[in-house]
Design a protein around this ligand. Structure first.
Ligand code: NAD
Ligand code: UFG
Length: 339
């Protein structure tokens, strides 16, 4: 199948391009590199042996998106293209609504008009907010979003559901709610490329281990968890990439009695505390990470991890790569980009 991958030069998109190719699909990247670098294509060429076909442009530009759909025989779409910095979205809400909602509407519109049958959307565990119970199930309520970024994921899910249902069977779609993606391709040639000071734990940790940052601050040790630090469900980006292939396979092969639109958690089902993650990194890499406890970060929830039964049962996917490998893969990637 020819799969259009919007945001395919980004962190999760680039790993998905690799897994799509390994599964026998042909990925077609659409990205304007607003949060990635063209050198990602070199990394992909090293892994795949050839450069994936790439269209450089903005997904909110309907004329540009139309030229791609006219030029290619597209069978399915994975829509990653979005901005993702929670703090920036609070300062610049319209930037986030325009880009994240505008790109989804534009790409979805072309998908429908060109009769493309399968669409996978990047959603986030952020839609659950502070959960009432753990592990989090897909049937648990979504909570009011605490940032414009989070709101674009809730609105995005609703737009996709409504559009899919209104298409009367011509479109089938899945929203994947990612928990915390970490890690990098084992070759060390592609990975996360945070621009500026990282907000997320693992890039901040690996930059500290590499000596680029003085010390990692653990945001709070007074949460109601075993060691007082926050708990998250860290999923290897290659496992996450494979979940997209499982979603597409399901959309292409589904019986008609399956729901046309569905949502799935993509997590390991296991919670890891910040302190445990730092300890695991130090043990697995042998590198000490200077760190100190600081105050809580505004907006952080205490614990968040997935019930991943639905995706295992229905799509046959489950996470396979352990946290230890995710951290050593992140470290290999960090060393490569620091060198
Ligand atoms: P990323 O920033 O690395 O990748 C996104 C890519 O989309 C970038 O290459 C960027 O240049 C491109 N892009 C953005 N807007 C575009 C536009 N209008 N036109 C063309 N290209 C555009 O981010 P990522 O971590 O790979 O995230 C991918 C998706 O997964 C996003 O939708 C994000 O919100 C979602 N998500 C990410 C996480 C996470 O922690 N990384 C968690 C949950 C959900
Ligand atoms: N943390 C630190 N120090 C740091 C950075 C993070 O202690 O320097 C802690 C945070 O307090 C949190 C944990 O590490 O407890 C994970 O933080 P991240 O920023 O890596 O990830 P979040 O869980 O806060 O956010 C992620 C994505 C968001 C998404 C959210 C949804 O980055 O885009 O998951 O679950 F909205």
């Amino acid at each position: 199948m020819n799969i259009l991958v919007t945001g395919g030069a980004g962190y999760i998109g680039s790993h998905t391009v690799v897994e799509l190719t390994k599964a026998g699909h042909v990925p077609i990247i659409l990205d304007d590199f607003r949060n990635s670098r063209e050198s990602v294509l070199d990394g992909l060429e090293t892994i795949l042996g050839s450069r994936p076909k790439t269209y450089v442009g903005d997904c909110t530009d309907a004329d540009f998106v139309e030229t791609v759909f006219l030029a290619e025989q597209i069978d399915g779409v994975i829509h990653f293209a979005a901005l993702k910095a929670v703090g920036e979205s609070i300062e610049k809400p319209l930037l986030y609504y325009r880009n994240n909602i505008g790109s989804l509407v534009t790409v979805l519109d072309a998908t429908l008009r060109h009769g493309v049958k399968a669409f996978v959307f990047s959603s986030s565990a952020t839609v659950y907010g502070e959960p009432d119970s753990l592990p989090i199930k897909e049937t648990d309520p979504r909570k009011p979003a605490t940032s414009p970024y989070g709101n674009t994921k809730q609105i995005g899910e609703d737009i996709l559901r409504d559009t899919t249902l209104a298409s009367a069977g011509s479109l089938r779609s899945i929203a994947l709610r990612y928990f915390n993606p970490i890690g990098a391709h084992e070759s060390g040639t592609i990975g996360e490329l945070p621009l500026g000071i990282p907000n997320n734990l693992v890039p901040y940790l690996t930059q500290t281990a590499a000596g680029l940052r003085e010390r990692l601050t653990i945001f709070g040790d007074d949460y109601e968890t075993a060691d007082g630090t926050c708990i998250r469900d860290y999923i290897h980006v290659v496992d996450l990439a494979r979940a997209h292939i499982a979603a597409l396979d399901h959309l292409f092969s589904s019986e008609t009695d399956q729901p046309a639109y569905d949502v799935y958690n993509v997590g390991t089902g296991h919670g890891t505390s910040v302190a445990e993650l730092v300890e695991t990194f130090e043990r697995e890499t042998g590198v000490k990470v200077p760190h100190a406890i600081g105050p809580r970060r505004h907006g952080d929830i205490s614990s968040c991890y997935a019930n991943a039964d639905k995706i295992r049962r229905t799509l046959g996917w489950s996470a396979e790569i352990p946290l230890s490998q995710a951290l050593t893969d992140s470290w290999r990637w960090q060393q490569n980009i620091t060198a």
